[in-house]
Design a protein around this ligand. Structure first.
Ligand code: DAH
Length: 334
């Protein structure tokens, strides 16, 4: 049939999707050329009808196939074009998202917990709102001591205060627990200090406590000397100066040779070659007793250090207020 060749060559030369639809309507639509031929079959003779009918159906199928193939071809081409216009170079570096990072003080806290973790200490936390008993009485602090004054300490009531030190965590760790005890406890403490470059009414301490049978001052010195070497390097020296704390006897303060000048004397150690690191001592037998631990059987040592000072030394920060200022431009440096 001539019509078949006509359509097929028309389909062949079509160059867009819309023209394909036009051709379909032109030949196969309700008023289409092929449709009207098929419709005219009624006037054919009975022996012509099946032959022509078969032929017409074949032609319709051929046209439908050609149309759908061509349509598919255009659709694929359109998809290809779209994809190539949306090409993404996955080898390009991504856009960097601005993200925060740990506060320098917490970098120091993490480092300290890491060091004590290696030495087998567990980390415990104590409340910042504390009983006066745990903060003072059970730590052997005499009633007349000036740190108990309302002018020095934030009281809620006569019995409850904002802890002035992390040492009450010692009382909590010992009361109701029997040795061996080996804990460190970092946290915030509060004192009524005016804010200046080295003082703040809120600051941070790290408390440590070991209680077991046969613990001596040699264990204290050996452990804390080792800690100083882990903090500042193998060649770090330590020295212990006698001091007085109510909850330890004997008591000492430990200095480490300056990490910046290695003992020669510099701006960081104020020319002395030494940096004060912590207070420490053998836990007072009376404190053990108050907490329900037999001082005849057990001994132990405790220590406490100021973490803000550690961070200021480590990162050469000369004003404590910078640590608490939430100034991102400052904090981004660390
Ligand atoms: N609590 C003491 C302070 O705030 C620091 C301290 C000293 C803690 C000696 C201790 C210690 O556990 O044994 O100054």
């Amino acid at each position: 049939m001539k019509i078949k060749e006509q359509v097929l060559s028309a389909i062949e030369s079509v160059d867009d999707l819309a023209s394909i639809e036009n051709l379909r309507v032109e030949y196969l639509g309700k008023k289409g050329k092929l449709t009207s031929i098929l419709r005219g079959m009624g006037s054919l003779s009975a022996d012509e009808r099946p032959r022509i009918g078969k032929l017409a159906n074949e032609v319709r199928e051929a046209i439908e196939t050609a149309l759908s193939e061509k349509k598919k071809y255009f659709e694929e081409k359109a998809t290809e074009l779209k994809l190539s216009s949306q090409f993404i170079d996955i080898t390009l570096p991504g856009k960097k998202l601005a993200s925060g990072h740990e506060h320098p003080l917490y970098l120091v806290i993490d480092e300290m917990l890491d060091i004590f973790g290696q030495l087998g200490f567990s980390v415990v936390e104590g409340p910042e709102i504390e009983w006066v008993k745990n903060n003072f009485d059970n730590l052997n602090v005499p009633l007349e001591h000036s740190s108990r004054d309302y002018s020095d300490t934030f009281y809620f009531t006569d019995d409850i205060l904002l802890r002035t030190q992390t040492s009450p965590v010692q009382v909590r760790a010992m009361t109701g627990n029997q040795p061996p005890i080996k804990i460190v406890s970092p946290g915030k403490v509060y004192r009524k200090d005016e804010i200046d470059a080295t003082h703040s009414p809120m600051f941070h301490q790290l408390e440590g406590l070991i209680i077991d049978e046969g613990i001596t001052m040699a264990d204290l010195k050996g452990t804390l000397d080792y800690v100083a070497k882990l903090m500042y390097g193998e060649d770090t020296q330590t020295r212990f100066r006698p001091h007085q704390f109510y909850f330890t006897e004997p008591s000492a303060e430990m200095d480490a040779s300056c990490f910046a000048c290695h003992g020669k004397g510099c701006r960081i150690c104020k020319g002395t070659g030494w940096i004060e690191i912590l207070g420490c001592g053998m836990v007072h037998p009376h404190v053990l007793e108050i907490c329900g631990i037999d001082p005849e059987k057990y001994t132990g040592f405790a220590f406490g250090m100021g973490l803000d000072r550690m961070a200021m030394l480590k990162y050469d920060i000369n004003d404590l207020r910078l640590l608490f200022g939430n100034d991102t431009e400052f904090l981004e440096q660390f």
